[in-house]
Design a protein around this ligand. Sequence first.
Ligand SMILES: Cc1ncc(COP(=O)(O)O)c(C=O)c1O
Length: 330
Amino acid sequence: MNHPPYRDPYEVIDELGRLTTLDAGPLAQGLRLRAVHGSPATETSFKSILGLGLLLLARERGLLAEGQPVIESTSGSLGLGLAVAGRMLGHPVHLVSDPGIPEVTRLKIELAGATVHLIERPHPVLGTQQARDDLLQSMLEQHPEFYWTNQNDSPLNPEVYTRWVVPHLMRTLDFSRIVAGIFCVGSGGHFSALSAMLDGKGVPSYVADRHGSITFGGEPAPSILRGTGNQNRIPAVIEAARSRVAGVYRVSDDEACAGVRQLCTRGISVGGSSGVCYVGAQRLAADLVRLTGAGGTGQPGADGEILTFFADRGELYGTTLLNCGEKSTP
Ligand SMILES: Cc1ncc(COP(=O)(O)O)c(C=O)c1O
């Protein structure tokens, strides 16, 4: 598999990294939600940036050799990013996923030339993530020559956003208005980079986590939401950023779906993890207004913004989230 890059991969990632932000509307008295839109132009998600960035950084560091095969466990989005990046850079890509992967994502991955390996059934307690990890480990034993990007534990994960996303946000965000950030956590990659960015401006960051995630305590339970929360283990990436977690807001699947529907009424179509962020942001806003006054700034009459990150588009999930779990295709 030796495809010459159709474009300079560094130009591609520079373009992908220029994420736009949108005003997602009012939250509580004087406070509005500003969301970094993780999938503005590419029809994929922010994990396209991660997929390409992880391979570029690994090649720069001498961790990934020319033509070396790559393997990763994925709910779908990173898999698509890696598939496209692997094709661009000449690496065969093997992705371990589960039958819940959106059909459209699986098809796009296969079109990009990667191989999808699906688990047969979830682990009885630790769910699909554990079953994927088990399958990935057994494949790595058979193919020790594979390079495992290991998004959950690799410091390269937040580094990708720090290098290719944060500089653009630093130029485009109005930090004088931002009173807090709230982000969901899978690996913790984007939380790590964005909370460090906000921390540098003296702004605290919160987490919106789904029910059934063990990342911040709690019993493991399955969810219809993909990419957010952890059912089997706590990634080293979020562990390393834990000191920047100012607080955690927990959101159920039903509440996240209601959030997705509410955002639809504002003309914003996003996936379930964005619903988690939106509902978390509403609660954070109410707390900030209660504790510090209008706009969360402590100054009467002032207004402010909570920054969040909308990872992907609602269309990926058909009407599943709009019907709160009842599956159907787009
Ligand atoms: C849709 C979606 N939202 C949120 C996340 C969590 O992002 P991170 O891994 O940076 O914590 C992911 C991760 O795969 C995702 O796919």
